[in-house]
Design a protein around this ligand. Sequence first.
Ligand SMILES: *Cc1c(COP(=O)(O)O)cnc(C)c1O
Length: 224
Amino acid sequence: MASDIAANLHDIRLTIAAAAQDAGRKTDDVTLVAVSKVQPDDRIDAALAAGQRVFGENRVQEAQSRWEPRRPLYPDLRLHLIGPLQTNKARAAVALFDVIETLDRPALVAALAAETARQNRHPDILIQVNTGAEPQKSGVLPAELPSLYAAACSAKLRVVGLMCIPPADEPPTLHFGLLKTLADTLTLKTLSMGMSADYETAIRLGATHVRVGSAVFGERKAAA
Ligand SMILES: *Cc1c(COP(=O)(O)O)cnc(C)c1O
């Protein structure tokens, strides 16, 4: 399993480099976020041994138990929260994560602003956009993005970009293109889009961060 994960990471890094080059972009402009949710410890440690340092997690508590013991061993680790955040978990999220990708509502602006000030810790923030306007999905609607962005800026959150999860049953291209347009309008540079099935497409359309889980670690045992 360890050698599989090292090989997977190697292949994905090559694919990222090729997609970036095709798009006339630099390989270094694209960061691989390895999505480690639900994966067993031996797979996490194999990815670390293979040099992977940027990881994505969906749940605050799961991330705490996985990463608090490992963090002191890997000072260059960067942890991204990519799942929905409840306001009562803002304290723990600000303490643990380097990037919070899922700001999506005014109540969370307030909670994150209070915690970043209290802890004097300022993670990078991405606003999650519900590009498909799916009722069950988190993310701010595109029409409400400018006012949420303005509120986050006045609350002194360090908003650096946007994130989206396209609808599962549609080609992702329109959603990636829309996210890129929205980011350009706000002059935001960071674009988190693309997963195992479509990260090459996302890179061609401007992704700076791709969130890849199963292609790195193999299938997850349980849904997350
Ligand atoms: C699980 C998850 C991923 C990774 O999905 P894969 O298809 O396994 O690559 C990416 N982004 C988010 C928000 C996720 O929840």
